[in-house]
Design a protein around this ligand. Structure first.
Ligand code: 5AD
Ligand code: SF4
Length: 472
């Protein structure tokens, strides 16, 4: 039998890329590849790229420069290293990569990962291979399932893609071009994935998609199901104790989703709902198709049914034409909503998007200064949100052993890391690992940077077993 070939994937960008990296591993495992953390050891290196902001493609070319050296060194010891570029830069600039970087063997867009083995074979035969089409067949149907041992090794929290692509065409964004039109997976396929994950010890599922709450997959009743309905069905899967979804658009928040937050204890009260700006003028120029007041109304609908709910968001500062007054409206919106956290970015023109053609670029120094002010406000809100947990007893889903002996780490409903020494609470012979996969109440005593430190507030059930022993 041939020795396994070693695979190293370096992922940039969003959760979808993290998930896609796992899917690429699942495609390549049956081909005899095993993962390695060491790029120099790898027989195949995949750069899973992101195109959303800044000089993403320049980063790819400089990484390729480094890889060329690693590849030359491998060649000197008689070993062949193949190099592939995947992800959104591959999709957007495939031909350019082939032209500029002779070191690259394979360029593969996000819709074509299931063809990776054929592309590698084609590169072997012909020197290079490029595939950035949007194939007509459904990529999802062709991706192999991970083995039970792989699911367990990935831990108790898993991502499941439910939709891909976006039809919104915000004027700053490349996603509609790199990920294509919006497509939803059928309910039955998602349910099968979630059941399989749950059978193998997964307890938390995050449904992902570029515009996840536009989900409208075919249901078993022959009708299109909303995300809310899908969540309701998944909440009934035995073993699934937490559900999340990301990323949403305010205009696609419908009554079913609100009802899901009202009715499903498993649906975590933490929603990532990007608004981008608080200025109606800028929102219009961004083609967001909602005003700041519309966004506030959406937030109020969530809050009316679920008082525990907290929000995070994305913001862009320095969109073309943004004045000090526009920016003040963003700060005002942040102050009014009160976030548990948020990401903020300087606007970066993306080639091919309408905003890239807009005049009135905001000077870099002004962008820097606005970003700084916005981040200070968001940091203050995040710290206040985290501090508010001190003295409270909160549910923590335990994920893994901590770095310190005897310690165990999990997350709260709001994704705050929580560190606990369960010590006395464990029965005789029980290791802290036995708590992995369980949700237990923790009394929070203190805060260390972004992590909560606390103590178990209840004795774990005696049937607690290590994760490795659960499932099929
Ligand atoms: N410039 C800056 N930020 C951007 N984002 C998307 N496109 C751009 C861009 N051209 C941000 C948005 C989005 C997040 C994923 O990235 O805030 O919600
Ligand atoms: Fe991009 Fe999100 Fe707008 Fe779609 S909704 S175009 S993914 S920012």
């Amino acid at each position: 039998m041939a020795p396994p070939r070693k695979l190293h994937i370096k992922s940039y960008g969003c959760q979808m890329n993290v998930y896609d990296a796992q899917r690429m591993v699942d495609v390549l495992t049956p081909e005899g590849f095993v993962e390695t953390a060491n790029v120099d050891d790898a027989d195949l290196v995949i750069l899973n790229t992101c195109h959303i902001r800044e000089k993403a493609s320049e980063k790819v070319y400089s990484e390729l420069g480094r890889l060329r050296l690693a590849r030359d060194e491998a060649a000197q010891s008689g070993r062949r290293m193949q190099i592939a570029v995947a992800g959104c830069v591959a999709q957007a600039e495939g031909e350019e990569i082939v032209r500029r970087a002779p070191v690259v063997d394979v360029v593969v867009g996000p819709q074509s990962y299931h063809h990776l083995p054929q592309l590698l074979a084609r590169a072997d035969a012909q020197g290079r291979a490029l595939e950035t089409e949007f194939p007509v067949e459904d990529k999802f149907g062709f991706l192999p399932q991970p083995a039970p041992a792989t699911i367990r090794a990935r831990g108790i929290s898993a991502f499941v893609t439910v939709q891909e692509g976006c039809d919104k065409f915000c004027t700053f964004c490349v996603v509609p071009y790199t990920r294509g039109a919006e497509v939803s997976r059928p309910v039955a396929a998602i349910l099968a994935d979630v059941e399989r994950l749950a059978d193998n010890g997964v307890r938390e599922i995050t449904l992902i998609g570029q515009n996840v709450n536009a989900y409208h997959g075919d249901g078993p009743d022959g009708r299109a199901w909303t995300l809310g309905r899908l969540l309701q069905r998944l909440a009934a899967v035995p073993g699934i104790v937490r559900l999340r979804y990301s990323t949403s658009h305010p205009n696609d928040v419908d009554d079913d989703l609100i009802a899901a937050h009202r009715d499903l204890p498993a649906l975590m009260p933490f929603v990532h709902l990007p608004v981008q700006s608080g200025s109606d003028r800028i929102l219009a120029a961004m083609n967001r198709k909602h005003s700041a007041a519309d966004y506030r109304r959406v937030i109020d609908r969530f809050r009316a049914v679920q008082p525990q709910i907290a929000f995070s968001s994305d913001f862009i500062v320095g969109f073309p034409g943004e004045t000090e007054l526009d920016f003040a409206a963003t700060l005002a919106l942040v102050t009014q909503i009160g976030y548990a956290g948020a990401y903020s970015f300087k606007y970066s023109p993306r080639p091919g998007t309408p905003a890239a053609e807009m005049p009135e670029m905001v000077p870099a120094a002004v962008m820097d200064e606005r970003l700084e002010r916005l981040q200070q406000l968001i940091d203050a809100q995040q710290s206040a949100f985290n501090k508010a947990a001190i003295g409270q007893t909160v549910d923590v889903l335990f994920e893994r052993a901590g770095r310190k002996p005897g310690q165990i780490v999990g997350r709260t409903a709001y994704l705050q890391p929580a560190h606990v020494f369960p010590g006395d609470f464990l029965g005789p012979g029980m290791s802290p690992d036995a708590l992995v996969g369980q949700v237990l109440p923790v009394r929070i005593d203190s805060l260390e940077r972004y992590s909560l430190l606390g103590e178990l507030a209840a004795t774990p059930p005696q049937h607690a077993r290590p994760l490795a022993a659960t499932g099929a």
